[in-house]
Design a protein around this ligand. Structure first.
Ligand SMILES: Cc1cc2nc3c(=O)[nH]c(=O)nc-3n(C[C@H](O)[C@H](O)[C@H](O)COP(=O)(O)OP(=O)(O)OC[C@H]3O[C@@H](n4cnc5c(N)ncnc54)[C@H](O)[C@@H]3O)c2cc1C
Length: 385
């Protein structure tokens, strides 16, 4: 089946919802770097952010493919799911590795929207992509962890009640494998802010509500440890396949947005007495963008099928994210070129989407790190680090 046709009812509902949030809404927020509170509320109330939560915890328990359709369609309509996409998948860490008590305490409230689990704290200034070198340390004292450290580019922290935080609980030089000795803590942001947690917004080239976090003797109850102490890195890795696939779906949506807009404009815009799209120099890049996007969508579909079958899909999820982010970037560049000067004018939304889609070649994982994964894990080439 054409991936475009999956979940037509979901896509139709998303289209209707997104009609209430036109370009002007996003442009105003973009100018102020403000959070799309009304859009996120509408998605939450319609139940779209809880699609992956099983029925026993109050969600509809839909498939990853359904969640893909939600995010792809949001992006195709010119909206931006990055403001809330983590609410869909970050709960997976609790679902897969949390205790029965934790699942019962948090998942139904996340499903209803009463609790927002939007923040995911991994990246640090000094470690970068090398997560094993994170310095944030959680020291156990009785029934509490005392957490000290710093995180950077932690998105939506100001708009989240809870945060999944990765911290070292054993120093790197005291573990057998460098991936051991890290733990996942669930931080209640409502209690933490002002009591050991300081959040500082980072203004970026796109409206993304990202922040820097300073953890200074932050107390986290041991009851908020997810899974076993020291195994956190594995738990985070477990969640990454869904994240990669969902973000690849956003890229497919962006690419289709650009292709829709570029095709419509190229059909209508008359220069030298004919539509610009009649010139192959204009038409072929749009056609190429379509070809690349269709191929990337198939890769996303393949990774999703493996994920849903419970089969290993780390390489496929990463490859899907890589090709989808490159397809959306190429489509964005082509769309900008097709619009000529007008592409740079804010009112067409092309320059905004162009800035937004560029992120996906860097976050949540950069292209080079995916190539390194494929080189060493798939092609058995020697590791460079
Ligand atoms: C807007 C935004 C939102 C984000 N949201 C979150 C969030 O919510 N939570 C979170 O934890 N993080 C978040 N991040 C962080 C993001 O995941 C990282 O920026 C990304 O993983 C890259 O890490 P880095 O910036 O430290 O780059 P670095 O690790 O410093 O890398 C810099 C460049 O060098 C390349 N490079 C590094 N090592 C190698 C190597 N060995 N071989 C080849 N190339 C290499 C990288 O590919 C990259 O291009 C966000 C980032 C941004 C910009």
């Amino acid at each position: 089946m054409d991936v475009d046709e999956t979940f037509p009812e979901i896509r139709e509902s998303i289209r209707k919802l997104c009609d209430g949030f036109p370009g002007e809404y996003w442009r105003n927020l973009d100018r102020e770097r403000a959070y799309p509170t009304e859009f996120v509320r509408a998605l939450t109330e319609a139940g779209f952010l809880s699609v992956l939560i099983p029925e026993e915890y109050g969600g509809p328990g839909l498939s990853l493919a359904a969640a893909n359709a939600v995010l792809e369609e949001i992006h195709r309509r010119g909206c931006n799911g990055a403001a809330c996409h983590a609410q869909m998948y970050t709960m997976g860490t609790i679902l897969r590795h949390g205790s029965d008590e934790q699942k019962a305490a948090y998942l139904p409230k996340i499903a209803s929207g009463e609790l927002r689990l939007q923040a995911f704290g991994i990246t640090e200034p000094s470690s970068g992509t090398d997560t094993t070198r994170i310095r944030t340390f959680a020291r156990r004292e009785g029934d509490r962890y005392i957490v000290n450290g710093q995180k950077v580019f932690i998105s939506r922290a100001e708009h989240s009640d809870l945060m999944v935080l990765l911290a070292r609980t054993t120093p790197r030089d005291k573990v057998a494998r460098t991936t051991d000795g890290m733990s996942v803590l669930l931080v209640d942001m409502r209690e933490a802010v002002g009591h050991g947690l300081t959040i500082r917004p980072i203004r970026t080239m796109l409206n993304h509500a990202t922040t820097e976090l300073f953890l200074d003797d932050l107390e986290v109850p041991v009851a908020n440890l997810i899974g076993e102490e020291g195994k956190g890195f594995r738990y985070i890795l477990d969640g990454m396949n869904a994240e990669r696939i969902l973000i690849a779906s956003e890229c497919i949506g962006d690419a289709r947005f650009f292709i829709d807009r570029a095709s419509a404009y190229a059909r209508e815009r008359q220069v030298f007495g004919r539509p610009i799209g009649q010139n192959q120099g204009v038409q072929f890049p749009i056609a190429r963008a379509y070809v690349q996007t269709s191929a990337a969508a198939l890769m996303v579909q393949r990774a999703t099928e493996l994920f849903e079958a419970g089969r290993p899909c780390g390489s496929e999820a990463n490859m899907a994210k890589l090709v989808a982010s490159e397809a959306s970037w190429y489509a964005g560049d082509t769309c900008l070129q097709t619009f000529g000067g007008y592409g740079f004018a804010e009112e067409y939304d092309i320059e905004r989407k162009f800035r937004e889609t560029r992120l996906y070649q860097v976050a949540p994982i950069s292209t080079n790190l995916i190539l390194s994964h494929v080189g060493t894990h798939v092609l058995d080439l020697p590791k460079s680090f």
